[in-house]
Design a protein around this ligand. Structure first.
Ligand code: NDP
Length: 680
């Protein structure tokens, strides 16, 4: 019997139990019910216990916990593999669901450390100048919502579906109540048991509801986020729930999607792109028995290549062995349940008004192993729609299984129009080696998709494929696909945070955000900051240098030494003819080099290395005879993962003798820590 994990306790149901059958042979694998779960108390627990505990941690501390969790799960994934077989998943399918889910946790842990500050808020973008005198400025901050992330997941990816939502939410500092689809809840429950056993997340950070969602949504408000994956019908029902509308609860939906793969007209029989197309379509139809939100449902091919492509797909589908996913020779397991298969057969029947079957029999298959009657096996089915521009159902009914339809097109505009009839999908892939074809298809399809993959001979070997959502890239799509967005690197984290514009004086905003802003106090440090360990540096500590006059001899020496004898530095007449220069000017890199010469403290000390520059701009040319000076200010400090040093971002502004800015940039350095054994 599956239990829920609510208020940091396992709640075992006694009533309302639903049997969950094995996809392989129909035997009852588990039973579930959310009976006994107090949803109001769960929401309150998330808000009052999980949220404050997570918000007390910095992004780096949350990221470290996600990493520890990922490592813990990684060592125990075999147990999840074993359970997953009953959902119909093969070993190959587990790579997507279980390894993919753990990989997403690792990816977010690493992004949190690299791309977010050791703080509890994020500054987004730069400072906005709001006044002439510079005493009133604005900037944007993101802070974690004070509510709960309610995640309602589909049956097809019990692990990945949970973890890809959980990772960005926890990293944002928001607790989670996660609800799996009942059909595969036993895998999700096992995963949550491991999460609880790992004991790395704070109390109240993760709660788990097994069974129906009860009155959960009734308790949500404006600080909460619902992220849903599943059917369009359920999504619509939830979106129209009174609490969601009334309280402006953020609602992210990922739902039906009739993804397309389009073969360019430049492909020919035997060309790499045609072969890749066939391989990818077959893979998409059969991985997870086609029960993937990103699977290819519409196979859009030039009419002249239709027979060639169809024959090639048929030949490959013939080689797919359907059966018990635990057997080595089996390439495709059963669907998740008999009801899922019944729904799929209904979908194929509904599509028959516009299609003909060209391969596979939806009613018959001889599985290798498993129970042919009680298991949810089905053969891959290839359909053909001769006039896709005139059809409707093939663009609106999502056959959620190993079923896809070949659709011939005559012109590129037609190909785009056919795909667009899906009214918004998660992903489309384009197979071409022709620049003009790629241009027409990609920019024609992009407005209707969250992701477009362009697959050709150059990237095929390393491509992650049509069907793989990636933590760094947006997953979601407009229209029918739900209009939501998940992952996409930090974009997915920011869904769980509030963006606020702050307005005030540079001094106030700098002290609030622990980041130096132009116009904020910049006290000249008594000791050169390069002589100070990381801990002793204060944001705002400044070096004001003396000045150095740049001579024509300096410019010529620099040109000779570096080999950069660009005319603007070496040829007076040519430089004068250039509208940007008054005559020969100093190299930008000379200015940078001289700036460093002015501000460095040369003695060995705690400053370990300069590892780059950001946002460099040369704002005004410097002519021979002019003098430059530099202001160097500690802009931001950031502890590194290693305890030996911290990262320091410096604001560097180079002025001429008239006080005009000639160059500005961020200098990035590493400074040793006083106590190398201390952590962030
Ligand atoms: P559903 O929409 O039926 O269920 C999705 C999730 O919503 C499940 O966790 C389900 O829980 C939950 N749910 C259902 N009703 C409610 C409710 N009233 N309140 C709160 N939660 C609710 O989708 P399925 O997973 O059953 O899949 C059905 C179809 O959805 C598929 O055949 C396919 O067409 C489509 N689908 C599309 C996906 C996509 O991303 N494109 C992904 C998966 C499915 P419970 O299981 O307990 O009912």
């Amino acid at each position: 019997m599956l239990a829920s994990f609510v208020q940091d306790r396992w709640v075992t149901p006694t009533d309302g139990l639903v049997d969950i059958p094995s996809a392989i042979d129909g035997r009852t694998v588990a039973c579930a019910s959310s009976d006994g779960v107090d949803f109001a108390a769960a929401v309150q627990h998330a808000r009052e216990v999980g949220g404050p505990a997570l918000r007390a941690l910095t992004f780096h501390e949350r990221a470290d916990r996600l990493k520890a969790l990922a490592a813990f799960l990684s060592e125990r994934k075999e147990a999840l593999y074993a359970l997953s077989a009953d959902t119909g998943a093969t070993k190959r399918d587990n790579l997507f669901d279980i390894d993919g889910g753990i990989g997403t946790l690792f990816a977010y842990a690493s992004r949190g450390r690299r791309e977010l500050p050791a703080e509890r808020f994020v500054i987004e973008g730069g400072t906005e100048a709001l006044s002439r005198g510079g005493s009133f400025v604005g900037l944007h901050v993101l802070t974690p919502l004070n509510g709960v992330g309610v995640h309602i997941n589909a049956f097809n990816f019990p692990c990945w579906g949970m973890l890809e939502k959980l990772a960005p939410t926890i990293l944002a500092g928001v607790p989670v109540i996660t609800k799996p689809a009942t059909a595969t809840a036993y895998v999700a429950e096992a995963l949550v048991r491991l999460i609880v056993e790992a004991n790395v997340l704070p109390k109240g950070a993760v709660q788990f509801v097994c069974g129906s969602a009860g009155d959960l949504l009734d308790h949500l408000g404006g600080q909460d986020v619902v992220s849903f994956t599943g059917s369009a019908e359920t999504s619509e029902r939830l979106r129209n729930h009174p609490s969601i509308g009334r309280n402006a609860v953020r609602f992210i939906a990922e739902r039906d999607s009739l993804n397309a793969a389009v073969l360019g007209p430049d492909a020919t029989a035997g060309s790499p792109e045609l072969d890749l197309f066939v391989k990818e379509v077959v893979r998409e139809m059969t991985v997870k028995a086609g029960q993937k939100c990103t699977a290819v449902r519409r196979i859009v091919v030039p009419r002249s290549l239709e027979t060639t492509v169809t024959d090639a797909i048929k030949a490959q589908l013939d080689k797919i062995t359907v059966g018990d996913p635990r057997r080595d020779e089996v390439r495709m397991g059963p669907l998740a349940s008999l009801s899922q298969r019944a729904a799929l057969r209904d979908a194929v029947a509904a599509l028959s008004a516009e299609t003909e079957i060209v391969a596979g029999d939806p009613e018959r298959v001889a599985p290798v192993g498993g129970d042919a009657d009680k298991g949810a096996f089905m053969a891959p089915v290839l359909l053909r729609c001769a006039e896709p521009l005139r059809a409707r159902r093939v663009h609106t009914i999502e056959p959620f299984g190993p079923v896809a339809t070949v659709m011939p097109y005559d012109t590129l505009d037609d190909a785009v129009a056919i795909v667009a009839k899906g009214e918004g999908s998660l992903v489309a892939s384009v197979f071409t080696y022709d620049e003009a074809v790629a241009d027409a298809l990609v920019f024609g399809l992009a407005p209707f998709h969250g992701r477009v993959l362009i697959l050709d001979r150059d990237c095929a070997k390393e491509s992650t494929g049509h069907g793989s959502p990636l933590p760094g890239l947006v997953h979601g799509g407009p229209g029918r696909a739900g209009g939501g967005e998940e992952m996409g690197g930090l974009r997915g984290v920011f869904h769980y945070m509030q963006r606020t514009a702050l307005q005030g004086s540079p001094a106030r905003l700098a002290s609030l955000t622990r980041t130096w802003l132009k116009g904020a106090p910049a006290p000249v440090a008594a000791v050169h900051p390069f002589k100070r360990e990381y801990e002793a540096l204060a944001v705002g500590d400044t070096v004001e240098t003396g000045s150095r006059t740049i001579t024509i001899a300096d410019i010529e020496h620099f040109a000779d030494f570096t080999g950069d004898s660009f005319y603007a530095h070496m040829d007076e007449a040519a430089a004068k003819a250039n509208p940007f220069f008054p005559g020969r000017v100093a190299h930008g890199y000379l200015i940078l080099s001289f700036a460093a010469g002015l501000f460095v403290d040369p003695a060995p000390g705690p400053l370990l290395a300069n590892y780059g520059l950001d946002n460099l701009r040369f704002l005004k040319p410097v002519s021979p005879g002019e003098a430059i000076r530099v202001r160097l200010t500690v802009k931001e400090k950031r502890p590194a993962r290693k305890p030996e040093y911290g990262e320091v971002r410096w604001d560097v502004e180079v002025f001429n003798q008239d006080g005009e800015t000639v160059a500005r940039y961020d200098l990035l350095t590493m400074s040793a820590r006083r106590d190398a054994s201390s952590s962030a």
